[in-house]
Design a protein. Sequence first.
Length: 346
Amino acid sequence: MAQNVTGNGHDTLASIFKQLLKAYEYLESSDLATSDPGYQAKVAQCIPEAEKAVHKVNLLHLFSDNEDIDEVTTSSLKFILLPALLGYFTMKQIEGERSEIVQKGKAYFKDFMRLCSLYKLTSVRLDQNDEEDEEGPSNSNKSRESSLQEMANQRQSKIERYKEQKRIIAELKELRTHVEKSHVEEEVERKYYMLLLKHWINTVIDEYENIKFELQILEQRPNMAHCHQRQPKEPSQKKSFRPFIITKDQLQKKVLGAGYPSLPTLTIEEFYDQKIKEGTLQIPTGQSLHDWAVEPEKKANDADQKEAEDDEKEDADDPEALAKARAWDDWKDDIRRGDGNRNNMG
């Protein structure tokens, strides 16, 4: 059974944990860029403190592999979070070899999830996912249908985690006012840290997917550098070409004709500027195809978030959402598939 520790050792560990949690909340809510010197100074300060706290937990033997979560004292429960916090601070570093940093963060997150799995707080095993990735194509006799089904299941799990995270964050916010009081009931404090553990489990699962993706990119970087070192071919002579031109005036187009080099012309940029000044052309806002091309995950994340929010509205009996859903069902009942303009058919 884990040791129930009181005294200076435990008090010091509790104070370190409190400072680490405050630092995490500061970095999460900060408007500073990750590369900002002040941000990085905070990260550099937290990493050795988190390492010291993890070392103290090991020395005090606070956790054991032959006990249940109910046997862990409420005062020790929060220390299960230490490897996750250490992984978070590690991943925020920008100085040093990136592949080494990511591997360290990955190891800390796996240690946290292993401990949570040991106490049956989660059934997710990150190392099992790694084994499946290492087997790779040689063991991939899966059909296309099963692969698509797996992707659909992953997407559904992500949506469910998003909904659960929103609920957990709301409960944590409510309970925190009680936990921060000088005298708090043990039952309330225990519920708060159990919720905080669940919140971090969901966070680490999502972060672990990002880590695997980043490691794949880092592994491909040497090959990309080798390709760039090859002698480039001599550029072939290319004929110069005129940009697209637009006649300045409709009257000139009628009198003189369009598209001749001797006519006054506008470049595409000048044409857009003119139309914007006239108010006949709107500057597009929001997510563009270029944005989705730069961040391919963002489109899928936005779609998942929208679907989750729509489900929440329906679950909460939102009048507008229910009316919209019923109108859509009625439309599908009245309009059969294939109805419409059939004039162009043979």
